[in-house]
Write a protein that binds this ligand. Structure first.
Ligand code: GCB
Length: 613
């Protein structure tokens, strides 16, 4: 994305409070092989940001002559025994990448601030016309990136990929890549200061250096237009190209071998109708290898083809009504010390637990999960709700906050637009209704629709009690007019009365759209037993599920739900000793990986639903 003058101006205005906007207008290079920079990086904890600001609080990388003594990204050694250099990456401890820093070192468990990472790597000289890029899967929250002492750029936002061009900065032989990572929370940020999850810092996803020809495959999109005509259409974008460059696209299993020429914008269009296409669905998650070639550049990936739309109160997958048997998931793993999911194996385990529950759907809360997760969902046949961290009380009237949210949404859509598993883009979670908030979210919705017309839009809203009728719940939110699915979180039996209340409650949801319950649940400490009236016991949570499920069944137009949540997760808000100990305990699986009693209640309910949808 290119930035407008307005954006640049806004960037200058708010730079002191909220470091602005990501600086890349370079496509995601996930599919290209590169020099993997995973593994051990040297690290310096820098709570006062000494390596970044001088003693007058001037940003060193904006200064005319950054001093060698304290400017960490220069990564120098004393030139002679007398030189004062007050840092040394070579003798500093290491952190693993990808990985959060919190679970790697006890002193970083609660740390919110800056950590410098340094990785050296060797590289051959670029040949004429070649271009070099550095790609990060995700860094939470702000990354300032330097190669061989020079700045590549700044990225804001903790859960989406970014790529900087490094052609002018890469050296033949040894290179030093330095990243200042800062996970401090800001009121103006997305998410804002207040969340019910742990603010894991670090380079949490993979890093690689990619060397490409001058013009290269930047992006592609293939969409099944209709389940009846079976027409697939789409495009391949060649970066740097003008008109008349040849692009080949093949799907060997379908016998498709196509070629097309780029137009003046470097885009080649494709349109074809395979003879024997098997549609992707949770029951038959059929994927085809799609290969794209342009000159010496080639990428390949496995893709599925399906349609999704709504009709009145129904969600139709491949033209047939589907009930979404779901569960919410945070990107956090219970075993092996916990922390952010940082391997495909951990992501897979989360999806396998969801499948064991008889789910056909997951809500990936409350931010984009890794590429590995959504690709595994394609492979395993699990439908996905994908979300951006527009959570609770965002700074709705701040233009820079909006740009930030829009960038995160756009980057998430661009990254995952070819995933058959993703059927819903979610704009927000539990945001307080106001004119400013609805304006902000309407703009986000417009943006999402401009980037992708093939999926459904939603947001986790809230229900309210009907005035004068304490047992009647209603959804009254202008956002419901904008989204395709009316989704809301509800906690009858936990934050709202006791589980027995479920039997008395009725629902008024006055929209001719599918209704979806994006959260319900209650906490239980695994292993704590008692009777069902005793809060925090497994029996209380089990009873809450037993009471909630029949209550939800009565909702007109119910198209599915995602209880909160698959696994207990860390939350600094949850302080009750002996029960919470820093964890939200609404998981059906404990922070040690053990299933609680309510797991079987939901599993049995979904088994029945699957048999008679
Ligand atoms: C919610 C939030 C979720 C919380 C959950 C809870 O409504 O969307 O992020 O963790 O409630 O446990 O209170």
């Amino acid at each position: 994305m290119k930035h407008s003058l307005l954006q640049i101006w806004l960037g200058c205005v708010v730079a002191l409070t909220i470091p602005l906007l990501h600086a890349d207008n370079i496509p995601d290079l996930f599919l290209h092989d590169g020099i993997a920079l995973n593994g051990e990086w040297r690290s310096i904890i820098d709570p006062y940001e000494t390596g970044f600001y001088d003693y007058r609080r001037e940003q060193r990388d904006l200064g005319k002559n950054p001093s060698r003594s304290e400017t960490f990204y220069l990564d120098v050694k004393p030139a002679d025994p007398g030189e004062r250099v007050e840092y040394d990456f070579d003798t500093s401890p290491t952190l693993n990448v990808p990985g959060d820093w919190n679970t790697q070192r006890p002193e970083l468990m609660y740390y919110e601030g800056s950590v410098w990472y340094r990785r050296t790597f060797d590289c051959a000289a670029l040949t004429a016309g070649q271009r070099a890029f550095v790609r990060f899967g995700a860094v939470n929250y702000r990354a300032d990136v330097y190669l061989n002492g020079l700045k590549l750029g700044t990225h804001i936002g903790g859960f989406t990929p970014f790529t900087f061009e490094a052609t002018q900065y890469l050296k033949p032989g040894a290179n030093s890549l330095v990243v200042k990572v800062d996970n401090k929370r800001y009121k103006e940020a997305v998410p804002t200061v207040n969340t019910d999850w742990w603010n894991y810092g670090g380079i949490t996803r993979e890093v690689k250096v990619v060397i490409l020809p001058k013009n290269f495959i930047a992006d592609h999109r293939l969409v099944l237009e209709s389940e009846t005509t079976r027409v697939i259409s789409g495009w391949v974008q060649i970066a740097g190209a003008g008109a008349g460059e040849a692009v080949a696209l093949s799907i060997p299993e379908l016998g498709e071998n196509l070629s097309a020429q780029t137009d003046a914008t470097g885009r080649a269009a494709f349109h074809f109708t395979p003879a024997q296409l098997q549609l992707w669905s949770p029951e038959t998650p059929k994927l085809y290898e799609v290969r794209i070639t342009h000159g010496s550049d080639a990428v390949a990936e496995r893709m599925g083809f399906r349609t999704v739309r709504t009709q009145g109160k129904q969600i139709l997958l491949n033209g047939k009504p589907i009930f979404l048997r779901g569960i919410c998931i945070h990107e956090e793993f219970p075993l092996n010390g916990g922390g952010r999911v940082n391997t495909p194996a951990k992501a897979k385990q989360l999806l396998l637990w969801a499948k064991e529950l008889n789910c056909n759907f997951v809500r990936l809360a409350h931010y984009p999960h890794s590429e590995a997760m959504t690709r595994l969902a394609d492979e395993l046949g699990v439908l996905v709700w994908s979300e951006v961290p527009v959570y609770w009380t965002i700074d709705w009237t701040n233009a820079a906050t909006y740009e930030n949210a829009q960038n995160q949404l756009s980057d998430n859509i661009q990254r995952d637009a070819n995933r058959a598993s993703i059927i819903i883009w979610s704009l927000a979670n539990e945001t307080p209704v106001s004119e400013a908030r609805t304006k902000f979210l309407s703009k986000l919705a417009e943006r999402a629709r401009s980037l992708d017309q093939t999926r459904l839009l939603s947001a986790a809203m809230e229900k309210v009690t009907k005035p004068g009728a304490p047992n009647v719940n209603v959804v009254q939110d202008a956002l419901a007019d904008i989204v395709d699915i009316v989704a809301f979180n509800q906690y009858v039996g936990w934050y709202d009365g006791l589980p027995e209340k479920c039997a008395r409650v009725s629902w008024e949801i006055p929209y001719n759209k599918p209704v979806f319950i994006s959260e319900f649940g209650g906490d239980a400490r695994q292993g704590l037993h008692g009777n069902k009236d005793q809060r925090w016991t497994e029996e209380f949570q089990e009873d809450l599920y037993q009471q909630t499920l029949p209550m939800l069944d009565k909702i007109d137009g119910l198209a599915g739900f995602t209880p909160w949540i698959l696994v207990d997760f860390r939350s600094p808000r949850r302080v009750l000793p002996g029960i919470q100990d820093g964890f939200n305990r609404k998981g059906l699986i404990s922070s040690e990986g053990t299933k609680k009693k309510a797991f079987s209640v939901l599993q049995a309910y979904y088994r029945k639903r699957a048999a008679a949808p």
